[in-house]
Ligand binder design. Structure first.
Ligand code: NAD
Length: 340
């Protein structure tokens, strides 16, 4: 049993914590929080031990009458590994604490790549995290892109890729965000192509991005030039048989991200989570040696399984395929069609 702590208990932290509770080769020792908000009470009510993230935070908990188990140092003294899910750029500030405690650490995509020895995506480079001490699970967009490009690259070969990312403005729980506009990323090409290269260095890729006023999912429009002749049927077959990618169809009424989310609700997914990439089968096309693909990424859920596989690789628990299969079975993650 690998003993794990989670620092930060927001969108990603609560999902990682829940995945740890479900995984029989890992033990969630506790989570650190900065404020005694409702999620601290909910965590406690589920039997999850809550620690104050710092001595200053401890005062907030004491003032609110919320009894914590101690501070982050107390949590770190009991774990083999900490999953940092603090807001972007805060992980780097937390890193010295983890180093002092001598624990393995996982950071998220909001941190720069140089925070870790390896930027990670389970399907693309599980083996590179094998036995490593510091790993960064890449962002939601890079995770989606890595899954799709890795399977095409390993099955067909990718000469080059071009992607336009249509990004959600913020997560549903946020009180900020773009309300009535479309905002281009001012830096073009965007950082997403180089970030993909931290995981799969040998794919030539350019990316552009815009932000739109929606909170549910991101959407990628991807163009891939193949290294060898490939038919639409072959491409669909590859995608259909790739773990963590599901296919949906516009002619079944699933014509937009909001309808995809409704489907997730209808099949009873907790918080309508879709850790899978959701690809429209209708959009998959091949013309003049290029593949055309459009898919959606549920930003809140997609990195949940990646964190679990990263823990297994860093602790040399089991090989890649076994870990991915185990994670998928544990979390109910599927591939292919959700229904016939
Ligand atoms: P969040 O704001 O929902 O949660 C962050 C949590 O950390 C909150 O509970 C907050 O109180 C706590 N916190 C604040 N300051 C802290 C500190 N200094 N140390 C420890 N905890 C602190 O953020 P999130 O969306 O869960 O994002 C976490 C990380 O995951 C970021 O790196 C982000 O870029 C990445 N990520 C986010 C998404 C997404 O869409 N939400 C997707 C993939 C990756």
């Amino acid at each position: 049993m690998i003993k794990v702590g989670v620092a930060g208990y927001g969108t990603i932290g609560k999902r990682v914590a829940e995945a740890l509770l479900k995984s029989d080769d890992m033990q969630l020792i506790g989570v650190s929080k900065t404020t005694p908000d409702y999620s601290a009470y909910l965590a406690k009510s589920k039997g999850v031990k809550v620690y104050a993230h710092s001595k200053a935070d401890l005062t907030n908990f004491e003032k609110a009458g919320f009894k914590v188990e101690g501070t982050i140092e107390d949590l770190l003294s009991q774990v083999d590994l900490i999953v940092d899910t603090s807001p972007g750029k805060k992980g780097v500030e937390n890193k010295p604490l983890y180093e002092e405690a001598g624990v393995k650490m996982i950071f998220q995509g909001g941190e720069k790549a140089n925070i870790a020895e390896v930027s990670f995506n389970a399907q693309a480079n599980f083996d590179q995290a094998w036995g490593k001490k510091i790993v960064r699970v890449v962002s939601c967009n890079t995770t989606g892109l890595s899954r799709v490009l890795h399977t095409i690259h390993s099955n067909i070969g990718v000469k080059q890729a071009k992607v336009v990312l249509i990004r959600r403005t913020c997560d549903p729980k946020e009180s900020k965000g773009l309300v009535n506009g479309i905002q281009p990323e001012m830096k073009m090409p965007s950082h997403h192509g180089p970030d993909l290269n931290t995981v799969i260095p040998d794919i030539k890729i350019e990316s552009l991005a815009v932000v739109v006023p929606t909170t549910l999912m991101h959407l990628h429009t991807l163009l891939v030039e193949f290294k060898k002749e490939t038919s639409r049927e072959q491409l669909i077959d590859i995608i259909k048989n790739t773990r963590r990618i599901i296919l949906v169809n516009g002619d079944h009424g699933l014509t937009s991200t909001n309808r995809v989310i409704e489907l997730a609700r209808d099949i009873g997914r907790l918080r309508y989570d879709l850790p899978e990439v959701v690809m429209w089968e209708d959009t998959i096309s091949v013309k003049d040696g290029w593949g055309y693909l459009v898919y959606a990424v549920h930003q809140e859920a997609i990195v949940q399984p990646e964190n679990i596989d990263a823990i297994r690789s860093m602790n040399k628990l089991m090989p890649k395929e076994e870990s991915i299969k185990k994670t998928d079975e544990t979390l109910g993650i599927v591939n292919g069609y959700l229904y016939k």
